[in-house]
Every structure is written in C-alpha cells, then in structure tokens.
Design a protein around this ligand. Structure first.
Ligand code: GZL
Length: 350
C-alpha cells in the first residue's frame, strides 16, 4: 500500500512537472528518496493562531525535508478528524499527527492506529485517553500556566491601580468547550477569582471565533452593566469583543479607574499584538503556534527507531504596553513582560 501512496504522489508530481511547474525536487529525486509519509489531521482554520500553526506544520513536513504530507482540515468537527485518521491508517502512512479539537473521544481510533503499528504525535491540545501509550509524543503549550500568568498580571494591575479585588467585574469569553486550551485558561481564571475575591460575572464560549465573540460580548454588555475586565481566550475573540464594546460607546484600554474596559487575550498573533500596540488589548499571553520543526524532528527520530520525549512544551512570552508591571510569577517561574514596540511587532514571525 505504501508504494500506492508514493506512486500516486509521483504521478501527481509528474503531472505538475508536466505543467511546466518548477518542482523544488524532481520526480526522479522524490522516487529515489525514501519519503516519510505523514497524515496530519488539523482541527480547523478558526483563528489566526490555527492558520499560523498549519503553515508551520506544512513548512516543516515538506518534500524538501523528506516528508510526503497528507493534510486534512476537519473544520472543527471531531468526526471528520476520526474519518481522516482512519483514511491515513488505510493508506498505511508512516506516522499520524493529530491536533485534537477536544480532549475526549479518541480512544477507539487511536487504538486502531496502534494496532496498525502507526505512531501518533499529538500537537497543540491534549487527548484524554485511558492508555497514554496510544500516542508516542505531544508538542504544545501549558494552557493552565498561560492563564495563571494572565491572572497574576491582573492581580498586580489591581494593586498598582489601587483597585480592591471586589472592584474587578470580569467576564470570560471562552474557547471551544472541552479543548485543553479552554479548560486551562478558564480554570486559571475561576481559581484566581475565587482566591483573590474577584467578581467573575459570567463565562460564555465563543469557539475562538471573532464573529461569535462579538455576539457574545453584545449579549454580555446587555446582561451586565458593570463589566470592567474581559478575559478573551484568544486574539480573534478579543478583536470581536473590542468591536462590540466600542460599538456600545464604551472604551477599551489600560485605565479602569477612568472608565476603560481592560481586555486580556491569548495567542499574541500579529492581529492581537497590533491591538496591544494600539492600547486596546492590555495584556496578550503568547501561545506559540510554530510547532512544525519540533514535530518533524520527533517524527524523524521515531522513524529511525529512537526514543523520544513524551511531552515537549514550546517557548512563550507575555506582551503589554502597560509598563508598570515588569514581570509576573506563575508556578514559581518568573515571566518578564515584554513592553511591546512597533519594532518588536515588525520582527515577529506570525
Ligand atoms: C491553543 C490553540 C487555540 C488558540 C486559538 O494552543 O488550541 O486554538 O489559542 C486556536 O487561537 O483556535
């Protein structure tokens, strides 16, 4: 069957080459080289983060890096991801990469991959399975820690601004319910609110989508007249929420004491950081989407029969233009707050 994949691939390549398209690698090279066939089930294209993540994976799992990548976009539907994994198994790929939309519901299909002796690498969010030998490795972020960093910053902001904890009236615009990133960021806020005595008014999911977040924010503004902090679980939600807040005649910024609504966000994508630089997002905790190289190295090591690290966390930063807080602590680890400038923004990769 593997020959089928390579043969099909070469026919496609030959057709493309026949269209006069200059291939980075010639048909003969591809045939001669023993490519690693990888099936990648990506959960969707719902956010700037996801688009950057897909680009990173495609750039790393490329023909020039000795990969033949079979890519599937599941449009945020778990059943489409399960179908894609089953198709990769039928095609006898060498490795499966899964970016799971939510944590549960993967045991059966990952068992099928294991029975077919196909290693599975999980990226970004986590899977919640009975037997963690169903996946070989995971590459992603510590979402609870991201949330703790944001909440530690908010606690220090209130102290610097002379605000009583009970004067923070917060709404949480959540990500996709059941996604590891949503679970971690939501739990960090609800724990901090309880610990610090903050007024956590509401938590409503918006699937990391800008349009949905705008609608959610419009409803929250109608329901609560005293909101002064909006905790958005990604940048696209923050941008949607800001649109709703400004259309309601309110202001976003770093100055709650003078009537601003403070917007906190996650991802630190270019769109989010542009809003930080404009002073519209007060804090943006990075969630690094550039996981492709790490995943490619792991696949090559697995393919070569080497043992690999089970869990790999990507590097992340914290951005603001509010320069009265220089660092925050999360789990005994200090995070320097990067005071964002245009130069730093221009130098970012996504
Ligand atoms: C986080 C990732 C989340 C991002 C959102 O690793 O799963 O999903 O924070 C994306 O932007 O949609």
């Amino acid at each position: 069957m593997k020959k089928y994949i390579i043969l099909t691939f070469l026919i496609v390549l030959g057709v493309l080459a026949g269209c006069g398209k200059k291939e980075e690698t010639s048909k003969e090279d591809a045939y001669v080289r023993n490519l690693i066939n990888v099936g990648f089930s990506q959960l969707g294209a719902e956010s700037d983060w996801r688009v950057a993540n897909t680009e990173s994976m495609k750039n790393s799992l490329s023909l020039d890096n000795d990969f033949n990548l079979l890519f599937d976009d599941a449009q945020q539907k778990q059943d489409k991801q399960i179908m894609a994994i089953r198709k990769f198994i039928q095609q006898e790929v060498d490795c499966i990469v899964l970016a799971p939309v939510t944590e549960t519901g993967w045991d059966t299909v990952l068992k099928e991959a294991k029975d077919a002796k196909i290693p599975v690498i999980i990226t970004d969010r986590m899977v919640d399975v009975e037997d963690d030998s169903l996946y070989t490795a995971w590459v992603g972020s510590d979402f609870l820690k991201e949330g703790k960093i944001a909440c530690e910053w908010l606690k220090r902001y209130a102290e610097v601004e002379g605000l009583e904890p009970s004067e923070l009236h917060i709404v949480d615009i959540q990500g996709t319910l059941g996604a590891t990133s949503q679970i971690g960021r939501t739990n960090a806020l609800s724990e901090a609110a309880k610990e610090n005595g903050w007024d956590l008014l509401d938590a409503v999911p918006a699937d990391y989508a800008q349009t949905k977040a705008k609608e959610v924010m419009q409803q929250l503004l109608k329901k609560h007249s005293n909101i002064n902090v909006v905790y958005c679980e990604n940048d696209n939600e923050a941008i949607g929420a800001i649109e709703a807040i400004e259309e309601a005649g309110k202001t976003v910024g770093n100055d709650i004491n003078n009537g601003d609504i403070l917007v906190i966000s996650f991802d630190a994508a270019h769109s989010g950081l542009s809003n930080v630089l404009e002073g519209k997002i007060a804090l943006d905790v990075e969630c690094n989407p550039l996981q492709g190289d790490e995943v490619a190295w792991i696949i090559k090591d697995v393919n070569a029969g080497k043992t690999v690290e089970k869990y790999t966390y990507v590097e992340e930063s914290v951005f603001s233009t509010y320069d009265k807080i220089k660092a925050v602590i999360a789990d005994k680890e200090a995070y320097d707050v990067t005071i964002l400038t245009q130069e730093i923004l221009d130098g970012r990769k996504y």
